[in-house]
Design a protein around this ligand. Structure first.
Ligand code: ADP
Ligand code: ZN
Ligand code: ZN
Length: 746
């Protein structure tokens, strides 16, 4: 006799397998087994954690019995499962691994504890607790002798601000461990270790504000979004407007309607650490619960925040890529700000694109989805032009300031001092007028390579196919991919000659040259090396906002959505460092980068100026960006894509094969390509199979990399081929194989 319905469950396990499994539930757990809960199940000789997907029948099979049921309540809803299933199928990733990636890692800390009965020192109730020291001025401390220097500043701050955490003090005063110790010894300051719920976006109190009266463009955009919301159906929009055109105000007012309807909203931003201003605007506007999922959270904190959302205590969630899986119910709207940013793409493991999943989730939830940007992806532009997205345009900046004029500086044949001198002259000019300057260069470090003039030897990473970047402050040559580092050699390691030259300008060198040239100016650098600590970005940005910085030098970090009203000169150095990447999207990227940087200048009362140093002044991405001709750029780019057979006219997937043996990796690539060609022959159709070729980064962290590109005229043909390959091909041992659907880098 068959078991009744709820005795058999279907389970996904987080292992690289494309099937699910059925298990029997023992009588004592029967009532409690439900989709969305986790289970411990026997798997081969192991016990693994799996996710209950639903119920099943035994169909006469011998089924194993689950070991245990975890969690008090389901971790995901059936709607969320629908999203996971969609993603697993679309990205050809095992469902169990998709679910694991979608749930916060803190849950897994709990499950390890649960399954072994062992509790790590700082685990309580399944979450890790962070304690932090808070400081306050001691009562009656006024009478004691006053300290000097940093101690005095710290004490003054504590008297005024009350209790302050170490993190905040460090942010305000830099390293202050020893003055704090001294203050404590003098009994001027008391400290206490506390369990803290740490959220850098919550510490500051904010003044509430109210909606602004909208201009005509904003009102029209909001009107269209509002009617979609009232209809309660999936509706995707492209909100097109330069920085400062009032997009965020439209998001805020649209979300206010969502909240008023008793629904929830999800706001995705490219990188949350870079957008404290945006988070604050939401906090000022809304009194309802806002959860912020950002990279500064520990696993335990992230899990806490996730549970708050799950319990329905957050109405608005703001977060980066992985927040697309935030467990919001009654979802009414998803905003994807700066939709063109490549950080929405997860580059390893489960390779999904949160921007694309936003549309899928919106469809499942019947929500509106707003993709906001000044520089949409070419594919997004095309989707709007062909009516798949509704185009909402904000044609002007709110303050009526025109975009600053931009000029191209021809850098052909120039090097060293002469390369920098036209920019330096403009900086001098801008300093005279007390303007702030932003210098953008997409390469950190001092110099990108070292070469010997005698024998031509170049310092390279032994693990990766790249040169080592010289970092002056550390006096080391460092690999930016694997962190391999060596002390700077004084002679050529190849021939012993002393004639070694550093080439390729990096941000550290630009900073040094600016300091030399303008000793009285306040120069700051913002790149991965200067923003390592928590709050590093915020500190630098605050000084720029308070006009304590005259010249800010930075990598792409500075190109993202910051508001820099005092910046009246933007200089872009070596724009080709983004153009020459051998990728069909390099034109698009360059156009986006330059247009975004133009938007950074002259947002305050003073008109700005933008100078772009280039070796290819005739490139269409640059000429259109400088002319502010967005339509012209997209027309040219789409014509190129159509001719060359790239998206939106084709659908792409790339197979990557990596291995430690160059010959075995190449041979495996040949075998896979042949297999794919056989499958194509069986299937028929016009899928192009290009390669195998060595990947542009031919070696990374000791592994050789090959790739095979698939271009298909339609998505279903591509998907069919990928699926059949997944079921019929297994790589040889030692070779790792993964497929990237809709790759953003080639
Ligand atoms: P974006 O998101 O496109 O960069 P914002 O919404 O941040 O644009 O608007 C730019 C600036 O203009 C902000 O300081 C914002 O407060 C202000 N602003 C936006 N809309 C209005 C409006 N309708 N009236 C007055 N000021 C506005
Ligand atoms: Zn040499
Ligand atoms: Zn390396």
């Amino acid at each position: 006799m068959k078991d009744s319905h709820s005795n058999i469950i279907e389970v996904a396990v987080p292992l690289p397998l494309d099937t699910t499994f059925h298990y029997r539930v023992p009588p004592e757990l029967r009532g409690a087994a439900a989709p969305g809960r986790r289970v411990l199940v026997p798997f081969g000789r192991r016990t693994v954690t799996g996710y209950i997907l639903g119920f099943g029948t035994d169909e006469g099979r011998e089924l194993r019995t689950i070991v245990d049921l975890l969690d008090e309540a389901p971790l995901f809803t059936l709607r969320e499962l629908e999203l996971y299933r969609w993603a697993a199928s679309y990205y050809l990733h095992p469902l169990g691994e998709v679910i694991k990636a979608a749930l916060p890692a803190g849950i897994n800390i709990q499950s390890r504890r649960g399954s072994t009965g062992h509790s790590g020192g700082e685990l309580t109730g399944g979450r890790s607790v962070r304690t932090e020291t808070v400081y306050r001025a001691a009562a009656g401390a006024m009478e004691r002798p006053a300290p000097r220097g940093k101690g005095a500043q710290l004490l003054a701050h504590l008297r005024q601000a009350g209790e302050t955490t170490t993190a905040t003090l460090r942010e305000l005063f830099g390293d202050c461990a020893s003055p704090l110790r001294r203050l404590r010894e003098l009994d001027l300051v008391e400290s206490e270790a506390r369990e803290v719920y740490r959220d850098p976006f919550r510490e500051e109190a904010v003044e509430p504000d109210s909606p602004l009266p909208l201009n005509a463009g904003q009102a029209a955009a909001l009107g269209q979004i509002a009617s979609a919301l009232d209809a309660g159906r999936f509706a995707p929009f492209l909100l097109l407007g330069v920085t400062g055109s009032g997009k965020t105000e439209v998001y805020l007012q649209a979300i206010a309607r969502v909240v008023a309807q008793g629904q929830t909203a999800l706001v995705l931003v490219p990188e949350i650490a870079l957008t404290p201003q945006l988070v604050n605007r939401f906090r000022r506007r809304f009194q309802c619960g806002i959860a912020v999922l950002h990279s500064g959270l520990s696993d335990g904190e992230r899990y806490d925040e996730w549970r708050r959302i799950r319990r329905g205590e957050a109405t608005i969630v703001i977060g980066a890529r992985s927040a697309i899986f935030a467990p919001l119910e009654r979802l009414g709207m998803i905003v994807v700000d700066e939709e063109h940013e490549s950080s929405y793409k997860q580059g390893e493991g489960f390779r999904y694109n949160a921007r694309d999943l936003a549309l899928v989730r919106g469809k499942i939830a019947g929500a509106s989805v707003i993709l906001g940007t000044a520089t949409p992806q070419v594919t997004t532009w095309h989707a709007a032009a062909s009516g798949k997205l509704t185009l909402l345009e904000l044609p002007e900046r709110v303050n009526g300031m025109p975009l600053p004029p931009a000029e191209l500086l021809d850098a052909r044949g120039q090097r060293g001092e002469t390369l920098l001198s036209p920019l330096a002259a403009a900086v001098a000019d801008n300093l005279d007028r007390s303007g702030q300057t932003l210098l953008f260069l997409n390469r950190r470090g001092f110099a990108t390579w070292l070469t010997c003039e005698e024998c031509g030897h170049v310092l390279r990473c032994p693990n990766c196919a790249v040169t080592l970047t010289y970092h002056q402050r550390k006096n080391r040559h460092i690999c930016h991919y694997c962190d391999y580092a060596i002390p700077a050699p004084s002679v050529c390691p190849g021939c012993g000659s002393g004639q070694v030259t550093l080439l390729g300008l990096g941000t550290e060198q630009v900073e040094m040259r600016m300091r030399e040239r303008f000793p009285e100016a306040r120069v700051e650098r913002m790149d991965r090396d200067t923003t390592a600590g928590k709050g590093g970005h915020a500190r630098i940005l605050r000084r720029v906002a308070e006009r304590k910085t005259d010249i800010l030098i930075g990598t792409q970090m500075v190109a993202k959505g910051h508001d820099f009203p005092g910046i009246t000169l933007v200089g872009i150095l070596s724009v080709e460092s983004s153009l020459n990447i051998p990728d069909y999207r390099s034109g698009e990227r360059t156009f986006q980068l330059v247009t975004q940087l133009i938007g950074r200048a002259g947002r305050g009362e003073n008109p700005g100026r933008v100078l772009i140093q280039t070796l290819t002044p005739e490139h269409y991405a640059l000429t259109h960006a400088v002319a502010g001709d967005i339509e012209g750029f997209y027309a040219t780019e789409l014509a190129f894509r159509r001719d060359a057979g790239y998206p939106p006219f084709t659908y792409l997937a790339v197979f990557y094969l990596t291995g430690t043996s160059p010959s075995a990796t190449e041979a495996e690539s040949d075998r896979l390509a042949a297999h794919l060609r056989d499958l194509r022959a069986e299937q028929g159709g016009r899928i192009e199979i290009l390669g195998p070729v060595a990947a542009p980064l031919a070696k990374l962290r000791g592994r050789f990399r090959w790739q095979i590109l698939l271009k298909a005229p339609n998505r279903s043909a591509l998907h069919r081929l990928l699926l059949r390959n997944q079921r019929t091909y297994a790589p040889s041992s030692g070779i790792r194989l993964h497929v990237d659907v809709d790759p953003v880098d080639l």
